[in-house]
Design a protein. Structure first.
Length: 239
């Protein structure tokens, strides 16, 4: 629609969410993009930006709690990596698309014309805002139920990997979630005789060295470098 208002009935969204609101205005607010509010100064509701902030915190807590209980053998670094992947913009946008959330967004004309209903940042933010209004209106138990239901496929994939995911995979998932980039590996040194070679590798993000490791093969050296990098990055994000 040219005016940027919703393409579908909010009752259908309630059905998709499995949640009924006494007042749908709180659900509507979670769908109000700032561009719509700016173009409609008379609207009584604020944009969904503050709700995004709260929803992000609720989502992060619920996912962390789920991973903590379901992966008792996973290290702090492994849990952090998996949580980051699950709450990344890409994952949130994918979940939002699965319930057709873009059809319910209130957008300004410019944002509508530029494909705003399909932008990952809009979809991810709206999903966080929806989680927030469920939390505010129905409580933590309802928000937890919604999150676990919507994120079930992604959670199953991550949990089934368990501790078998190697350090290089964990590091790549962590870097992609945080920086939308992939790390690179460089063999920096090979020492020792042919029968007892020692390989040393570094893992980098752009030109920054994230970790350095050694082993009896190039693969082992890269794996150790990834382990060192994960440990340091996990410490940086939890300090």
């Amino acid at each position: 629609m040219e005016d940027g208002t919703v393409l579908a009935d909010l009752a259908a969204l309630e059905q998709a969410l499995g949640v009924s609101f006494a007042e749908r205005s709180i659900l509507k607010q979670s769908l109000l993009h700032s561009s719509y509010v700016n173009e409609n100064p008379g609207v009584a509701l604020d944009s969904n930006e503050r709700l995004e902030f709260l929803g992000d915190a609720v989502l992060g807590f619920v996912i962390a709690e789920k991973l903590y209980h379901d992966l008792p053998e996973s290290s702090e670094g492994g849990l952090t990596t998996r949580r980051s992947a699950l709450i990344s913009q890409d994952t949130l946008a994918r979940v939002a698309r699965a319930i057709g959330l873009g059809d319910y967004l209130y957008l300004g004309k410019g944002e509508q014309a530029s494909g705003g209903r399909h932008k990952p940042t809009n979809l991810a933010g709206a999903l966080e805002a929806v989680i927030a209004v469920v939390f505010l209106d129905q409580g933590l138990a309802a928000a937890r139920g919604l999150i676990l239901r919507l994120f079930q496929p992604a959670l199953q994939k991550v949990i089934s990997q368990g501790a078998t995911t190697d350090y290089k995979t964990q590091l790549q998932e962590f870097i992609q979630a945080k920086y939308q980039q992939v790390p690179s590996y460089q063999l920096v040194e090979v020492t020792g005789p042919d029968h007892a070679r020692k390989f040393t590798a570094e893992v980098k993000l752009d030109e920054a060295v994230l970790g350095r490791g050694s082993g009896r093969s190039k693969k082992m050296a890269e794996t150790e470098a990834a382990r060192v990098a994960l440990k340091q990055l996990s410490a940086d994000f939890t300090d």
